[in-house]
Design a protein around this ligand. Structure first.
Ligand SMILES: [Zn+2]
Ligand SMILES: [Zn+2]
Length: 344
């Protein structure tokens, strides 16, 4: 296995051990066997112009799938791939129903349709996603009726929504997606007991033509974490992380309340060590101003393997036996008249 780093993002890579460092020209050529992961947003609920809300674009063969759709997703997706990307995503995986993971699902649905998607949008998520999508459909009924009335084709407005839990949830065109439960439900901090709220929080593993990527979703790390098993030996293990905010300001207190349902770098270090991915990757970084050095410092005592701290627009390509870390080339023009989306 080789790990290649684009010269442009050298600053984002730390302490890779036993890896090859070769500057790559962008874009990396893609073929049908390649899997490409683009970090559209690497932040969390707190607004940040550096780290948008959590959303990751996965491209594998003909598949274009979003894992979560956080704040700012639509603009990032547009920059990443223009109208073809906006209209080309027809599948969304939702890890859980927190707003920072779902607020842009309506954008994927409606922007994708308005700008050319003519197939249903397929959404898979935990218990509760059907209610959420039915309510979103009701909320935008007027908009949909209006646009159909003035000539936008009806095709593409349909939603296919699956509530999923453990097991294989998708297996088509060489891509297999497995869902598994993670621990992110609210707990009583004193007793550790899970509080009674309906629903689940899930993570996903994708396997495509010999490549494998695990998305932790939001989770506190525990000894029993499913990720240790499901993520065993994956190419990329993409994990959330939170570092405590110092002091006792209102903001620090608010941030630290969530420490019980997220994972510190030390805890993730144990997960990486147990699962032994070819590369551990941090995304969903709380607070967004956390430096890569802070994350690496906390992780290193427990995990010595390749470690990358993602930033918005980082792109990781799995090609052959290589892991190529680079930058997404932005589509700065994105003119609709040059787009072929309506020809689809
Ligand atoms: Zn979150
Ligand atoms: Zn969450």
């Amino acid at each position: 296995m080789k790990i290649l780093k684009n010269a442009l993002c050298m600053v984002a890579i730390f302490s890779l051990q036993s890896v090859t460092s070769i500057a790559q020209e962008n874009p990396v050529s893609v073929d049908n066997d390649t899997m490409k992961i683009t970090f559209l947003g690497t932040g969390a609920p707190r607004p940040s112009t550096e780290r948008y809300g959590p959303s990751i674009l996965v491209e594998a063969g003909d598949h274009k799938i979003l894992v979560d759709a956080g704040p700012g997703m639509r603009e990032r997706l547009f920059e990443a791939g223009g109208f073809e990307a906006i209209s080309g995503v027809d599948h969304v995986l939702v890890t859980h129903l927190h707003f920072d993971h779902t607020v842009s699902v309506s954008s994927v649905w409606l922007s994708g349709w308005l700008f050319g998607r003519r197939v249903p949008l397929h959404i898979q998520g935990p218990v509760g996603i059907k209610d959420m999508m039915e309510n979103i459909e009701r909320a935008y009924q007027w908009d949909v009726d209006y646009r159909i009335m003035v000539g936008v084709p009806k095709e593409g407005t349909e939603l296919i929504v699956d509530e999923v839990s453990d097991g294989v949830i998708f297996d088509e065109g060489g891509l297999k997606i497995t869902a598994f439960q993670v621990e992110h439900m609210p707990i009583n901090i004193e007793t550790g007991n899970v509080l009674g709220l309906r629903g689940e929080t899930i993570g996903f593993r994708m396997d495509y033509k010999g490549h494998s990527v695990l998305f932790s979703g939001d989770t506190r790390s525990t000894e029993k974490s499913e990720i240790n098993q499901v993520g065993k030996g994956v190419d990329l293990l993409i994990h959330e992380v939170q570092v405590p905010s110092p002091g006792a300001t209102a903001e620090a207190n608010l941030a630290n309340v969530s420490m019980s349902v997220h994972s510190t770098p030390e805890q993730v270090g144990h997960v990486f060590e147990k699962a032994k991915p070819k590369m551990g990757v941090y995304s969903h970084i709380i607070p967004p101003g956390t430096t890569a050095e802070d994350l690496v410092k906390g992780t290193r005592p427990y995990y010595k393997g390749p470690l990358t701290v993602a930033h918005d627009f980082m792109e990781i390509t799995l090609k052959g036996d290589e892991i190529i870390v680079g930058e997404r080339v932005k589509q700065s023009d994105g003119k609709f008249e040059d787009s072929n989306v309506l020809a689809k």
